[in-house]
Design a protein around this ligand. Structure first.
Ligand SMILES: NC(=O)c1ccc[n+]([C@@H]2O[C@H](COP(=O)([O-])OP(=O)(O)OC[C@H]3O[C@@H](n4cnc5c(N)ncnc54)[C@H](OP(=O)(O)O)[C@@H]3O)[C@@H](O)[C@H]2O)c1
Length: 261
């Protein structure tokens, strides 16, 4: 039976484990979590262990904080991961660092986002050069339980992916706050203001996912000359909102680059 081992039962680890248990029932799922107290709270369908005991054909998912990685890698027997496919979701830990600490080139980096908790992550996955195609497929299938997965070959794209997809939900939520604030100010209850905003976000995302629709085609189509939407778009342009968002994404990308060293 295929075995997937998730190391770290925090926010992301728990979400991945739940997704695997629900979405890949044919797979044996193991969680590595040193805290006995936390192990006792985990889903009983998965085996919870205090330390990782490697098996060559494991798919290993590292969901620990980046600062815990060195001690995790140091604790493994020499060569233990040589044949293992290792997927790291740790922000900012480069493929080279993973490979050298784990003694294997069969490593992949993934950047999921917080929408993983509702099965709607946009996860960007970058395999190291030595990962066989079957290993990429296994990693992609495992991460698909938390949402969509885009595979890229160029690791430098992960910094921008961290900004657009990793931080994306929080950045969009910041903008959404202005919608709810405005609706509340106009007299809607907080619940109704949130309903208006979330349904607009969901509906817009669904329309954008239709064939041949782009953000630009959507807002142009909605902007009849001298109409209400055109007035709003013109005001956004006047206040250079597009440029502000681009600058924020550049700053986020730069921070991701700095943190990865
Ligand atoms: N949260 C997000 O939206 C998000 C998005 C993209 C990437 N990530 C990445 O995902 C990783 C996990 O993030 P998180 O938000 O889930 O953090 P978290 O909630 O702090 O969870 C980390 C978990 O790892 C455990 N842990 C620490 N050292 C360990 C070890 N040696 N062996 C096994 N377990 C160990 C911690 O246990 P203790 O608490 O007992 O120390 C904790 O349960 C991070 O590297 C982060 O960069 C997170």
């Amino acid at each position: 039976m295929e075995r997937i081992v998730v190391v770290g039962a925090g926010h992301m680890g728990s979400v991945v484990v739940r997704g695997l248990l629900d979405g890949m029932p044919q797979v044996e799922v193991v969680i590595v979590e040193p805290s006995a107290e936390r192990r006792a709270t985990l889903d009983s369908r998965a085996e919870a262990v205090a330390a990782y005991e490697p098996r060559p054909d494991d798919l290993l998912v590292l969901a620990i904080p980046p600062q815990a990685f060195d001690s995790f890698a140091d604790g493994l027997p020499h060569g233990a991961c040589a044949e293992t496919i290792v997927v790291s979701i740790m922000a900012g830990v480069r493929l080279e660092t993973l490979a050298s600490a784990l003694g294997t080139g069969r490593v992949l980096r993934a950047m999921p986002n917080l929408a993983s908790r509702v099965g709607q992550s946009m996860t960007v996955l970058c395999p190291g050069e030595q990962v066989p195609a079957a290993g990429v497929d296994r990693a992609k299938a495992a991460l698909s339980v938390i949402g969509k997965v885009l595979v890229v070959q160029d690791e430098s794209l992960l910094d921008a992916a961290t900004a657009v997809a990793g931080s994306g939900p929080a950045l969009v939520a910041y903008l959404a706050q202005s919608f709810t604030d405005f609706a509340r100010g106009a007299g809607f209850t907080p619940d109704d203001a949130l309903l208006l905003t979330t349904q607009v976000l969901r509906g817009t995302a669904d329309v954008l996912a239709e064939p041949a629709v782009t953000p630009q085609s959507l807002y142009r189509q909605a902007s009849t000359p001298n109409g209400t939407t055109a007035e709003g778009i013109a005001t956004l342009r006047e206040h250079r909102v597009g440029e502000s968002v681009r600058t924020a994404l550049e700053a986020t990308t730069e921070r991701a680059r700095e943190l990865a060293g």
